[in-house]
Write a protein that binds this ligand. Structure first.
Ligand SMILES: [Mg+2]
Length: 192
């Protein structure tokens, strides 16, 4: 008898700055990393529920020469320590916006690769972020998207809120709230 394939898994793809941590602008030092409220508890709950957890972050400060890839990696290690979880994968896109890039959001390339290689269910993958580029990334991957209020401002970016309204993307006050809604299966992708 042919063994059945393992079930496809759900996953969150988190933006970093102003989604999981407060964005102080081109952060390069681990001590600058400050978790937004509820983030650690939300990710722990997601992992406990069987969701895979990824980090997808545009870091053009590297391409601009403000800091090095190693600095961004050190910040991410600090993030994982504060969260108390290790991500299943991390994608850092170092390019400037004017440079060609395989992975810089809104490119869906990283999400698509993980879906294909890690056995993820795209209908149960959620890209969580505070910018239009995060939402475009999720929708272009055939996944869901969730807009969160900017962690440093407490409200959604106006352009992202308009995009979300036009595309039927749900809006949440925080990443923690977006995770809670997804775990309760309240998030629906555009067109559903
Ligand atoms: Mg962001």
């Amino acid at each position: 008898m042919k063994p059945s394939a393992p079930p496809l898994r759900p996953a969150f793809f988190f933006d970093r700055d102003d989604t999981l941590v407060r964005d102080a602008g081109y952060m390069s030092r681990p001590e600058q990393i400050e978790l937004l409220p509820g983030a650690a508890e939300a990710l722990a709950a997601a992992r406990a529920a069987g969701w895979r957890l990824y980090l997808v972050t545009n870091q053009s400060g590297i391409g601009r020469g403000y800091y090095a890839m190693e600095d961004a990696e050190a910040c991410n290690r600090r993030l994982e320590a504060l969260l108390g979880v290790a991500f299943d994968g991390i994608c850092i896109a170092p390019e400037r916006p004017d440079e060609p890039s395989r992975y810089r959001k809104p490119s869906p390339a990283y999400v698509l690769e993980r879906i294909a290689e890690d056995g993820l269910d795209p209908a149960r993958c959620v890209v969580v972020g505070d910018k239009v580029s995060d939402l475009e990334c999720g929708l272009a991957a055939g996944a869901r998207a969730a807009l969160v209020a900017r962690g440093s401002a407490g409200e959604a970016r106006p352009d992202a809120a308009a995009f979300a309204a036009a595309r039927g993307v749900p809006v949440f006050p925080s990443a923690a709230a977006a995770v809670a809604a997804a775990l309760a299966e309240k998030i629906r992708g555009a067109g559903e």
